[in-house]
Write a new protein. Structure first.
Length: 735
């Protein structure tokens, strides 16, 4: 959680007359026009990091009314993360379930993503370069070609529409303007880990380009103390990214980006410690953007045309499945293929009405098509025939109009902003394999969301802020009209009368900043209404229905981020000494819709508290022969409540099958060192899970003896723990 000190450019013309300006602009946020509020930034804004995602244009963070967080390139390069999930976990962004190396669900301020990564069911919106990524599963995305990650906490539906209920995670990719030069890296580690990536980029006054490739893999890992080898945890990863930028004029730029990323042959143990199921998950996209402005820059604009395909291929098998309270023969193959294809357009003109007023207007349009297929092969005595896939086929078309106005007062010390969005959508339920009785149907919806906020620069060092905002998520065709059977045998039916989910938030915060250090705090309340849940038809059945929960989730908490350049403060010339910390505490996380018979009303799959911290010490600036650094970081994952899907022994594992478990807090320590053997060559080594703890973010039945999972329902394993102590060594060369 490190905070860069990027200087915002004063005008678009100041950004783009040369390659130097181009690099500064893209590093400051890219893919957004830079006229407007940046022109009115105070002189001391040069000390501040520029942020894009919250307002869809580069702004100094002190002018943003919401709470933001950045994982910059330095943090990414000094991390051993193998996926975006790992990066977010290391920086205590929110609860991350990490079911497998290929699957993650996330909770941010009480809002969550779907456990299987189904994009339209997410309450936290994942973006790539400012547009919808098409997946809620961060584990399929690699950090290799990522320039930085920006996180906005709380609803952001005015700018981004459906799904931005709990927050936004925006993955900003590298370009030739932000990552010039050539670099190659290779590393190896425990359990036959290997990873390699290479990138090359260049630029002239008119053109810039970037090409990056990456790959990696690991065999089955061993869990921590007291554990064994975890069968079916291996994976392979590969990806590539390319970008081409053309500076047509000092006020006009065109950029094309193509990328593909994915994780393959990844073991999916799941809640039953399954050793047979494996996943292939990928995401690919094309982005074409045009940024421009009229002379004088009173009017500027961004046009963004994009297309993406998100593909999940499940090669699953469950020889044993659960039927009621009995274990019965299951499947030797349960193959699922899900593909989401979408094409969209974002057009955002900006009008600088005066030196102190900036108006962003926007039009969004997207059409998507979701197609799924499924094929089962039963064990002897197992389920006969074929069943519908996990997701009903649907076609979605959505468009929206929105605006956000920002006005500065009192010599730019006070910034007031407010926004409004109107979204219209159509969800069409299409023919779905093995769902013969279903009828084609179309469901229209519309929704309006709003936001309002203010920032006050009380002193040169202290900025105060306050904000309120709303968000929503439209029901999917699956939720409206489903009839699917899960791999474990459970059956779920849709509900055509579902209402959209909604959220509303209020927050206040403060930032204290001086040269060399920054402290940010926030208090918030986020309320989530009309949640779409599944309701069981009875304790002796394995059947449920989708429904809106009449009661709310209410999350209240305190968040903090801090960063210190201690070498600068202590005047340690020739030394590096930096420290950082961040985290949150939820003093209220109540599910008002919890069953009266439940043993807690805590929101499930949400940490009570979480914190990350680290310190790095080194000699030299890191670019000369003999420079070295040593970094120690830690992640505290606080208690979490969960009515697990695991089949546990009663009473050894849980007193009843509906018992909501409280998983205790645990801490993971990581160590990393690097040494520059030549100006362009660096050696590095890391130890992850330094103390070899045997824990897991979500599973109750760990890889320990005695195993508390019910052996009657297991499919080859018994309990799952995260990886134990891991060693990594590598070499990086720059040309």
């Amino acid at each position: 959680m490190r905070f860069a000190t990027l200087a915002p450019a004063p005008t678009l013309a100041g950004l783009f007359p040369s390659l130097h300006g181009l690099r500064r602009a893209t590093a400051a946020g890219g893919l957004a026009c830079c006229a407007g509020l940046a022109a009115a930034a105070p002189a001391d804004a040069a000390m501040e990091e520029v942020f894009v995602t919250a307002t869809a244009r580069p702004e100094a963070r002190s002018r943003i009314a919401g709470t933001t967080q950045t994982i910059d390139r330095e943090a990414i390069e000094r991390s051993s993360a193998r996926s975006v999930t790992d990066l977010l976990a290391e920086n205590a962004v929110g609860f991350l379930s990490e079911w497998t190396a290929a699957q993650t669900s996330m909770n941010l301020r009480g809002a969550s993503t779907d456990g299987q990564g189904r994009d339209f069911r997410s309450q936290v919106l994942v973006l790539v370069n400012g547009r919808r990524a098409g997946t809620a599963n961060l584990s399929k995305l690699s950090p290799s070609d990522v320039e930085r990650i920006e996180i906005v906490r709380g609803p952001s539906s005015v700018i981004y529409g459906s799904q931005a209920m709990g927050g936004v995670v925006n993955i900003i990719m590298k370009t030739g303007a932000t990552a010039p030069g050539t670099r190659a890296q290779v590393s190896a580690g425990s359990w036959d880990l290997w990873r390699t990536d290479a990138q090359t980029a260049g630029a002239s006054d008119r053109f810039d380009w970037y090409v990056g490739v990456s790959g990696g893999g690991r065999d089955d890992y061993e869990s921590g103390k007291g554990g064994t080898r975890m069968d079916n945890t291996a994976w392979k990863r590969r990806g590539a990214s390319g970008a081409f930028g053309w500076q047509l004029h000092e006020l006009h730029r065109v950029e094309l980006q193509l990328r593909t990323d994915g994780i393959y042959n990844a073991g999916f143990r799941g809640s039953g410690a399954n050793v047979y199921s494996r996943d292939n998950r990928s995401n690919r996209s094309l982005d074409l953007t045009y940024e421009g402005a009229l002379p004088g820059q009173r009017l500027s604009w961004l046009a963004h045309l994009y297309s993406f395909a998100d593909i999940d291929e499940f090669n699953w098998a469950s020889p044993v499945i659960r039927s009621g309270n009995s274990a019965v023969p299951g499947t030797s193959l349960d193959y699922n293929h899900r593909q989401l294809d979408a094409t969209g357009l974002r057009f955002q003109p900006r009008l600088r009405l005066s030196q102190t007023n900036d108006l962003l207007m926007g039009f969004d349009w997207e059409r998507s098509k979701l197609r799924s297929d499924r094929f089962r092969v039963a064990m002897p005595g197992g389920p006969s025939g074929q069943v519908a896939p996990y997701d009903n086929n649907q076609t979605e078309q959505v468009h929206a109009l929105y605006l956000e106005d920002a006005q500065t007062l009192f010599d730019d010390r006070l910034t007031l902003r407010a926004g409004l969005r109107k979204t219209w959508g159509t969800t069409r339920f299409d023919d779905t394999p093995n769902l013969a009785l279903a009828q084609r149907s179309t469901r229209d919806y519309d929704n309006h969301t709003w936001s309002a906020g203010a920032t006050w620069k009380a002193t040169q060092q202290l900025t105060l802020r306050a904000a309120a905002s709303t968000g929503f998520r439209a029901p999917t065709a699956t939720e409206l009209a489903s009839d699917f059977t899960a791999v474990g045998g459970g059956r779920t039916f849709g509900n055509p009368n579902l209402k959209p989910e909604s959220s509303r938030q209020i927050e206040v915060g403060a930032t204290l900043q001086q040269p060399g250090w920054r402290l940010d705090t926030a208090l918030f309340q986020n309320t989530i209404s009309d949640r779409i849940i599944t309701v069981s038809r009875g304790p002796t059945t394995n059947t449920s229905d989708y429904a809106n929960n009449a009661a709310d989730i209410v999350a209240r908490g305190l968040e903090m981020q801090a960063d210190w350049d201690l070498a600068r403060a202590l005047d340690l010339t020739g030394h590096q000494l930096k420290a950082w910390a961040g985290g949150y505490y939820h003093f209220s996380m109540r599910d008002k819709g919890a069953a009266a018979s439940a043993n807690t009303d805590k929101v499930q799959r949400m940490y009570r508290y979480e914190a990350s911290a680290g310190v790095r010490y080194g000699r030299g600036g890191g670019r000369l022969q003999g420079d070295w650094s040593l970094q120690l970081s830690t992640l505290l994952r606080g208690p979490m409540w969960y009515d697990t899907e695991e089949a546990l022994l009663i009473p050894q594992g849980e007193p009843s099958s509906t018992f909501i478990h409280r998983k205790g807090a645990f801490t993971v320590w990581n160590l990393r060192a690097d040494y520059r053997v030549a100006p362009g060559v660096k050696l590095f080594a890391a130890v992850n899970n330094l103390f070899d703890i045997n824990r897991h973010p979500i599973f109750i039945a760990l890889d320990r003896a005695p195993c508390i999972a019910n052996p009657a329902y297991q499919n080859g394993g018994c309990g799952t723990s995260m990886a134990g102590r891991e060693l990594v060594v590598g070499l990086q060369a720059e040309f």
